[in-house]
Design a protein around this ligand. Sequence first.
Ligand code: BES
Ligand code: ZN
Length: 618
Amino acid sequence: MKYFLLLLCCAAMASCKQNKPSSDVAQHSADVHSFSRPDEAFVTHLNLSLQVNFDQKVIEGKATWEIENPSGADTIILDTKGLEISRVSLSDSSSNAEFELGPEDKFLGRALKVKIDKDTRQLTVWYTTSPEAVALQWLSPQQTAGKKQPFLFTQSQAILARSWIPCQDSPGIRFSYNAHVTVPKNLMALMSAENPVARNDSGVYSFTQPKKIPAYLMALAAGDLEFKAIDERTGVYAEPGSLDAAAWEFADMGKMVSAAEKLYGPYQWGRYDVIVLPPSFPFGGMENPMLTFVTPTVIAGDRSLVSLIAHELAHSWSGNLVTNATWDDFWLNEGFTVYFERRIVEDVYGKEEGKMQEVLGYEALKETLEDIGHSHPDTRLHLDLKGRDPDEGMTDIAYEKGYFFLRTIEEAVGRTKMDAFLKKYFTEHAFKSLTTEQFVAYLNTNLLKGDETLAAKVNLKKWIYEPGLPAGMPAIGSANFHYIDSVLAGWKKDVRPEGLKSHIRSANEQLYFIKRLPQELSVSDMKRIDAEFGFTQSGNAELNAAWFIHAIRHHYTAANPQIEAFLIRVGRRKFQIPLYTEMAKTPEGKSWAKKVYKQARPNYHSVSFTTIDNMLGD
Ligand code: BES
Ligand code: ZN
């Protein structure tokens, strides 16, 4: 009887463990965007087997998870979205395990609850993805550069991994993985792992990611791909026709890795390669470990946009090594990364380049604050995304307000202390996930150390928990922009100097010029600027997108064919959303937007068309 009571007691303790703030269960933070309960049972390693079927647009998968169950729970919960689960078994693969799929949540998908016992250490799920899987973009040969072979790529951040792998899809839960992927014989497959450098005849590729990563860093690409080395540690994958251009554009990758290591400690992931995706890739870049995914729109032909590589590389520390524990802490990933990115840029390309990019970052931040509203809760660094799609929190606030917060700390303590602090932060939290609160505690203990004058300068409560921008921003500016400021001041007084282009030469300067142009511009001003700079025809997508905003606003219709072609070709959400938003401001513009969108939509990734459907829907 006594024994029975003891057992009952233990069971009761185990079941309420998730509410207990005890240190041994505190490694996993509560995450409102995952059904999993890692404080009860969690995954540690994945053995994945995938068959990629381009005809059906599905992946058939077998995911074997190694698990730990410190609480002796009787259930483990995984996240799924649109997955058809055909069978689940525990370590003994011959017998079926009991499982159940919970009700569908619009954003989160369905919980997969599998019955386990306290000794279960392994579980296998056989499943098929849906043709509408949100993480997967299936491209026809026509949508690729080479036009001969189809292409598939995944995008798992923020909570899309669950649409192609049943997993505990929270950035606070980490696992290593192995994978075997079968693709059509003429394609090469790549993952966020150790990768092949050549195609093989079998179409079967094997991968190992020995380091523990969160599910949002699971990634796969398959297509007509080739590899070109840049140096011993870095290289580029691209379709054959764009490989040389990509390798030329990204020639400084090795230097960037060395610069980053010099700042914040050794690169922990072995190789650093980049894959150039087809133009429908919805982001500029995605920091998949060992293999950054990038948009081809960074290939401007003059290396002017390669700070994007510095950004994704920097995530190898801020994000992939030290990870935001939940999407409410997203600024810990992106704010630190923008800070680190600009330090790399400064090191490789000089102080002035860093300063110009900082000013451009501030321009973007001001625009975002105007759009969202300075007192909107989403302008706080620490977000509250409960019940919402985490994508809603992925604005320039995390990036640029996060950046300027770190710059404020840097100003207050000086670079030497800042760098020592960051290096220690990355070292001590390597392969761990961290909440904003944990970061604040770490900052207080290791940098502010009870110094009240310092704490007042850093003003962390205002920066992190309050909306808008605190007073006392670091002073910024670039001498390279002074001339442009004076031209634009004169512009308002109807002064139109000749020969602007010989003074406003670099992509940064031209971007600054476009962004700062007056709100009111005549069509003849637009014509004049375009005749001089050729922004409509530029091969630089950043310049195109910024210029097209003015073209739409000021009815500079000469640019319309290029605007349409750009929107049909480029799937990068950062460009699409502002352009469609600008078009939709007038009734005629909105019907134009709808017409273009109808043609463009088949080329867009789900993360893009979900937003634009809402925007243009009647
Ligand atoms: N990790 C992000 C991309 C992302 C964020 C994907 C949130 C899904 C959800 C990546 O590192 C990033 O920030 N990309 C930027 C480029 C960068 C230079 C600011 C982008 O895609 O524009
Ligand atoms: Zn980023």
